[in-house]
Each structure stands twice: as C-alpha cells, then as structure tokens.
Design a protein around this ligand. Structure first.
Ligand code: ADP
Ligand code: MG
Length: 255
C-alpha cells in the first residue's frame, strides 16, 4: 500500500452559497512528503485544509486520505455519507495546527497534550504522560509541562500545539499558517520544530507565507489563487521561475 498517496485530491470543489471557494483542486501528496501551499488571502487555502480534516464537506470531486475517501464510504460500488463515528476515526489520524494556538487555557501544557490520548485513545495516564514528556522534549520544552498557556510565549504555545497534535500519532499533519500570528523573533523556533518533523518522515501539508521554509523543506510548492491550483512544482522551480503571471505577482509581494 505504500504507493497509495497520503492525500489525493481530484477536482475538489467547495461552495459557500454562491461563493465558489474551491474550483476543482487536484493534487497529490505522497507518504513522507511535504507539500507547501501559498496564495493570497481568500484563495481557499484554509478551506482546503478543512476539507482534508473533515471540518468541511466537499461538494464535488473526490478527496482521499491514505486511500480512504473523506466523508463517504464505498459499498457495492455506491457512495454513502460517512457516519459521524467513521469520520471521527479518520480524523483522529490527522493532526492539525492552526494559526492561533488553540490550547485549552485552563489546562497545563502536559494536560493539553495528554487530554485526547487519554479520552479518545484510552491511554493510561502514566503512558500518556510518558509520551507527552518525550514530545515536550522533542519540541524543546522539556521543562514546561506544568506551565499554563498564558505563561508561555506564542512560539512555545505553538510548539505545545504541535506536540499535542503528535500525541495522537497522526499519519498526516496539517499546518494552517502556523507562524503568522507570532512575533517575528519567535517564528524560527516553530519552523525548526516543523523542519525536524519533516526530516523524521512525517507527511505534511503546510499553508505558509514563509518562503524560506517552503524552499528548504517542501517537496512540492503549490500556488493557489481563487480556488484553483495555478502552479505546482519543486519549490526552487516555482519560486525562481514562476510560469504564470498571477504567481509572479504574488511572489513579488512576499519575497
Ligand atoms: P484563505 O485561507 O486562502 O485565506 P479561506 O479558505 O479562509 O481562504 O477562504 C476562502 C473563501 O471562503 C473566502 O471568501 C471566505 O470568506 C470564504 N469562507 C471560508 N469559510 C467560510 C464559511 N465557513 N462560510 C462562508 N464562507 C466561508
Ligand atoms: Mg487561511
């Protein structure tokens, strides 16, 4: 099964009323690869990630994660809407990190990380705690388990959010502008953690404006505008030799 792509989008469309937000997105992310998505505000990047993570339902086209259709199941050649419990099982294997850190403010870093493994996966507290300690060390916060989010910097909170997502042992990680809300001096520490994660073989889809990160880490860079993939390719190629006017215009603003 290793040749099944981790993410396969085939002409994925999504409308909000008359607003055609995704207009036939087709792309593929192989296991262990990193796909970066860049594009202007409102182009549908977050909506696409939300479709991957079952937070939005696709209106047309097909979206599969690791060979399984998102939101639907196939039986006897027919498609049926997934039950909530089935969607939840699929979503459990996808970690998501948002622009805003979304940590539970009344829980410590440790409690934030162990909550889902204990409640959803049924891990013992001891096991969940041991794993959380490993993950805190991995994101450079070994001594911050007892800290509440309010006592952590934005960069530290975002690293806890990454550790929290990893605690569920996802096979795919989604990042939606994970450094956009950070003070500039805190961006690097979060990107470092993401780089290490990519190196470890995690499959990742990253919406970002950090072109240096995209150039260094992405296997494929996608430029999205108005709900379509305008251009996709190896980051060096897209960044240094964009083929489309819209890509050129966008890059001239962010590079
Ligand atoms: P991006 O992440 O590229 O900035 P989004 O995916 O957030 O773009 O938004 C794309 C378009 O979809 C925007 O026009 C936005 O207003 C619209 N949109 C996003 N989410 C919703 C929603 N839940 N309901 C209605 N419109 C939405
Ligand atoms: Mg967005």
């Amino acid at each position: 099964m290793t040749d099944v792509p981790m993410v396969l989008a085939e002409k994925v469309s999504k409308n909000f009323g008359t607003n055609r937000v995704l207009r036939g997105i087709s792309l593929e992310v192989a296991r262990g690869q990193v796909l970066c998505i860049v594009g202007p505000s409102g182009s549908g990047k977050s909506t696409f990630l939300r479709c991957i993570n079952h937070l939005e339902r696709v209106d047309a086209g097909r979206l599969s994660i690791d060979g399984e259709l998102v939101g639907y199941r196939q039986k006897g050649g027919k498609l049926y809407e997934q039950k909530l419990s089935e969607a939840a099982l699929q979503r459990r294997e996808i970690g998501m990190v948002f622009q805003r850190f979304n940590l539970f403010p009344h829980l410590t870093a440790m409690e934030n990380i162990t909550l889902a493994p204990i409640r959803v996966k049924g891990l013992s507290k001891a096991k969940a705690t041991a794993r959380a300690n490993e993950l805190l060390a991995r994101v450079g916060l070994a001594d911050k388990g007892d800290a509440y989010p309010a006592h952590l910097s934005g960069g530290q909170q975002q690293r806890v959010a990454i550790a929290r997502a990893l605690a569920m042992d996802p096979k795919l990680m989604l990042f939606d502008e994970p450094t956009s809300a950070l003070d500039p001096e805190l961006v690097g520490e979060v990107l470092e953690v993401m780089k290490e994660l990519a190196k470890s073989g995690m499959t990742m889809v990253v919406v970002t404006h950090e072109m240096g990160f995209a150039r260094e880490v992405a296997d494929t860079l996608v430029f999205m505008d108005e709900g379509v993939v305008v251009e996709a390719g190896p980051p060096r190629q897209v960044l240094s030799n964009p083929q489309h006017g819209r890509t050129k215009e966008f890059l001239s603003k962010v590079l």
